[in-house]
Design a protein around this ligand. Structure first.
Ligand SMILES: Cc1ncc(COP(=O)(O)O)c(C=O)c1O
Length: 375
């Protein structure tokens, strides 16, 4: 990995110590150039740009995301948001025989709200024994013949703990339920061969670790499942015969596009492709290895300075989302910002999330400034 070349591609790194990729991945000059191309073609060709350029880019992006997931062609749909993915998934499931969703208190709220608002849904919300992780056995104990789905995260946004997707998928499958994985905090930082894990649905997006900006989400659906699902919120993008413009007939698209919900955010398609190109060039294994190096340094440094990071005891289950218990997180984050270090706070914690483009020196500068907040 040529770290100085990579760093040069992300202008914010020349100005700030940017350690907040779990919130918003840094913007690369490659993504910015793509955005300029979008605007230039819009000026130059107007709607004709669709046929010459933009339509093809939708296919390019789906293809790159499929490759990222080691998934076959036709298994990824472009969606507006994780929440929209969940709504479309929910509408495609048969709620008449099973209505129980097993989820956890560590998942992102939108993953729970989806079922909370359904009067016919029953939720089982697993509680974490240590506030950091959920044991796979807890899922196994919670599923039964009324369970429609296990809905949980690849990486918990709260604690950064990586879950064992293959174990969760197998537990759901054995119970006759499906597995719905919120991969927003996983994709781009943790390598994943989704077909090998056996998960049924996996949602992600370019916003965070994929450095592609806000406005899009990705929905992976297991190959064999696709023809059996008919979402009841839909759009012309989900139609096999999209350009027949025949309002009298609707046939689902043969592939995962049957989940798509209308014209995707084209500006984000451009920035997402710019970010994805860099992620693909660096490679997921190299990104993971570098993030492990940076986060080990961060966790060890916090402990040496007397802080208590809220992370998994198992190093292999740790991701680059690191929350550090702090008596006064909001002023601490403001102090760090004053020092040019961008992190975030959540109740009771300062949260830092380095990515492959960060350096050991930046971690050390963060540790130094964090120490100042309690001295
Ligand atoms: C784990 C996780 N899921 C989902 C989201 C966002 O959901 P949506 O795309 O619906 O805004 C986030 C953060 O923004 C997240 O951290």
């Amino acid at each position: 990995m040529n770290i100085s070349r990579i760093r040069n591609a992300f202008p914010i790194l020349q100005r700030r110590n940017y350690l907040n990729s779990c919130s918003l991945g840094a913007l690369s000059d490659r993504a910015e150039e793509r955005l300029h191309d979008f605007v230039a073609r819009w000026h130059e060709y107007g709607a004709s740009a669709w046929y010459e350029h933009w339509w093809g880019l939708l296919g390019d992006l789906r293809g790159r995301v499929e490759a990222l997931f080691a998934a076959p062609a036709g298994t990824v749909a472009l969606m507006p948001s994780t929440s929209a993915c969940l709504a479309a998934i929910s509408s495609s499931l048969d709620w008449t025989k099973r209505n129980r969703i097993v989820t956890t208190e560590l998942d992102f709220p939108t993953l729970l709200y989806q079922w909370k608002v359904r009067p016919d849904a029953e939720m089982v919300v697993l509680q974490s024994p240590d506030g950091v992780h959920i044991d796979p056995q807890q899922f196994a104990d919670a599923v039964d013949d009324r369970t429609l789905a296990i809905a949980t995260s690849h990486v918990f946004f709260t604690t950064g703990t990586i879950q064992d997707l293959a174990a969760i998928a197998a537990i759901a499958r054995r119970a006759g339920a499906c597995s719905i994985i919120d991969g927003y905090q996983g994709a781009g930082q943790i390598p994943a061969d989704l077909p090998a894990t056996g998960v049924d649905f996996y949602t992600a997006g370019p916003l965070k670790w994929l450095c592609g900006g806000p406005g899009l989400a990705y929905l992976y659906v297991r190959d064999e499942l696709i023809p059996t699902l008919e979402p009841t919120i839909t759009s012309w993008f989900a139609s096999q015969d999209q350009f027949d413009f025949n309002a009298g007939e609707f046939r689902y698209h043969a592939d995962a596009r049957r989940f798509e919900l209308g014209t995707p955010a084209l500006a984000t398609v451009h920035t997402a492709l710019g970010g994805q190109e860099i992620i693909d060039e660096v490679g997921m294994e190299a990104i993971r290895a570098r993030n492990v190096m940076l986060t080990d340094r961060l966790v060890d440094g916090c402990r040496a300075a007397g802080f208590s990071p809220r992370v998994s005891d198992e190093p292999a289950s740790r991701s680059a989302v690191i929350t550090v218990r702090h008596p006064d997180p909001a002023p601490a984050v403001a102090h760090l910002a004053h020092r040019g270090i961008i992190v975030d706070n959540r109740p009771g914690v300062v949260r830092a999330s380095p990515h492959f483009y960060n350096t050991a020196d930046e971690i050390d500068a963060f540790l130094e400034a964090l120490g100042e907040t309690v001295r």
